[in-house]
Design a protein. Sequence first.
Length: 204
Amino acid sequence: MLKVGLTGSIGTGKSTAAEFLREEGAYLIDADKVVHSLLKRPDIKEKIKEEFGNVFTESGEVDKKKLAQIVFNNTEKKKKLESILHPEVFKEIEKFFQEVEKKEPCAVAVAEVPLMIETGSYKNYDIVVVVYAPQKLQLERLIKKGMTQEEALKRIKSQMPPEEKAKYADIVIENTGSVDELRKKVKEVYKLLKKKSEELKNKH
């Protein structure tokens, strides 16, 4: 089985690319969704409460906006939150890989992880795929999604530049055209990944 790490900066279209890979036949796990479900776990809520105090809604769920505001401008707090969530996210991804491998030994299994390069976890994958778009395009896309220019720039600036991320990639998918063009590129990439997966299986 081929373990693929998929990443890209905000507004580059990595989630769309992930969706297309899934349509082609890849197994997919999304780290953001994993985080979403972790925030509902009582043990995680407890740790967040100890660390950040009352960042909960009236119904007792984690108020993600409140939490985001605390960590966004505070590196120390951000690290604390990551130390609570990241190990659990990795565990879930590992579990996902094991389950896929049991089911289909020459599968292409993709983990979509936004901070893979920043956290160094990109080293855990056989192949790293980075979805790339230049900053001007990132900005346009985020504004289309309803962010103000200021918000969008702040978000972009808080992340590693796309050019920097691309340096860590085994495969770069340049997403500068239409959705159809992206789909075509993803199709080609999937063929390549599938081939590599077969090769890996034959080696073992």
